[in-house]
Design a protein around this ligand. Structure first.
Ligand code: FES
Length: 277
């Protein structure tokens, strides 16, 4: 039996914005009934301001899926598309007072529906980019999605990936691949015992930031045809410019957060990463 917060129960029993927008400007559809969860998000958008005037959803799924969809629509109504894209799955879960670990994939599904709808409005894109590798065939989850979700939520185990994406939750044949991806993502090197407790001089800190970016971050971005350039370091502010596929990507904020988390983990807990355009 899952432990649901009062907000999840309320959003499940009395969901907001259920239904279809007949003349929607954008539609985002993710998941599949075969896989157990599906969400269709409709947006009405002010074409002059790019502001979301209305949002409705239809979902097939559990209590958490309904609650997450309701929360998503409440969070995005009234925001511009760019503002809406700053909402991550953690914000959806946070709005609901948290979700059980095993149900975090519902918040991820909400975020993906939002991305799909905005991509649909801005010209559309294939469900998977060309060349993306599907790791979990049971739930149609790509390697890119596993990396993004792991970075955004700081996931380190295959079981956590299953909770957030469902990948690995079927036949289990993809578990070894998921573990390999996570190993590449996080275990590039052994984390020093307590990096944030070390007293680094400014020169040492700058050198360590450069090393982490070169050895831990850029190879991962380059593997997805992206890249980044270190522009400056001002105290604990790290200024970077995203390149290649990362530049202008709708999930670039997720990439920046992932870089920030890695630097906080390996260099200093107060580091912030900002994009310079
Ligand atoms: S291939 Fe991933 S669970 Fe079956």
């Amino acid at each position: 039996m899952w432990e649901y917060s009062d907000k999840v129960k309320e959003a499940f029993l009395h969901p907001k914005n259920v239904g279809e927008i007949k003349d929607a400007d954008a539609v985002g559809e993710v998941g599949s009934i075969v896989c157990g969860d599906a969400l269709k998000l409709y947006l009405k958008i002010d074409k002059d301001t790019g502001r979301i005037l209305d949002a409705k959803f239809q979902t097939f799924g559990c209590a958490s899926a309904i609650a997450s969809s309701s929360a998503l629509t409440e969070l995005i109504k009234g925001r511009t598309l760019d503002e809406a894209l700053t909402i991550g799955n953690q914000d959806i879960a946070g709005y609901l007072g948290g979700l059980p670990d095993q149900k975090m994939h519902c918040s991820v599904m909400g975020r993906e529906a939002l991305e799909a709808a905005i991509a649909n409005y801005r010209g559309g894109r294939p469900e998977h980019k060309e060349g993306e590798k599907v790791v979990c065939k049971c739930f149609d989850v790509t390697e890119e999605k596993i990396r993004h979700v792991a970075l955004a939520n700081r996931l380190t185990t295959a079981d956590e990936i299953t909770n957030f994406t469902k990948a690995g939750g079927g036949c289990g044949e993809c578990k070894a691949d998921i573990e390999r991806i996570l190993k590449e993502l996080w275990a590039v090197k052994e984390t020093p015992a307590s990096p944030v407790e070390r007293r680094l001089t400014n020169l040492q800190k700058i050198a360590l930031i450069q090393e982490v970016l070169e050895t831990d971050i850029r190879p991962l971005l380059q593997a997805d045809n992206g890249d980044m350039e270190l522009i400056d370091i001002d105290g604990n502010r790290v200024l970077v410019s995203l390149r290649g596929m990362c530049s202008g990507c709708t999930t670039s904020h997720v990439t920046l957060k992932g870089i920030e988390k890695k630097l906080r983990e390996l260099v200093h807990e107060d580091i912030t990463v900002e994009e310079v355009r």
